[in-house]
Design a protein around this ligand. Sequence first.
Ligand SMILES: [Zn+2]
Length: 212
Amino acid sequence: MHPLVSGGPLKHRYRLEQLHFHWLSEHAVNGIKYPMEIHFVHVRADLTVNQALHRKDGLAIISVFGNVQSELEDSDLHMSEVMTHVPKLMRAGNRLSGVLLDMTKLLNVDKSSYYTYAGSLTSPDCNEAVTWIIFTSPIFLTDAQYRMFANIGIVRHNFRSLQRVNQQVVYMPVETKVKVPQIVQFFVDVGKAVTDFFKNFGTFMANGIHGR
Ligand SMILES: [Zn+2]
């Protein structure tokens, strides 16, 4: 039995095919990324995966951001279900079978507020077949949980670089209570400080050379 999703911007019913994680997030909100993004990949219930890949409305991906918080209440331990399995999945090719996940925890966010747009898959061949639904409120994981993902043996980062919005229309919730993810904000600020330093350093060098 695949869980089904419908409603909102979806004109059909979609079955859950797989879910996976990106760290950092693939989507950015006002230019700021979250530490994590979870993708619940759904295929139109009346189509095979192959058919769905070639239809504009073939896929629906529900996306939930993950934010890091050092202290979490038991009720906010959204990732615990997944984290018990992560240590067994640290190398490429590692597999687990017979695992049951309670997805109500991973999807324990305010579902009335989301961004939506018609777009593409974020991995090759990047088929233009996806209705994206991105919830505005994140789930939370602890520092220790996040660090475990950092130790997973993949060579490169696993998010696609940001793309131009082009002619896509991104629909946003009317009353956006968008919280800027704090931890990533910190890194962005450090990045800016480094850029500013080199800009000033460059100016200093140029002035030095010209004796001004
Ligand atoms: Zn993804």
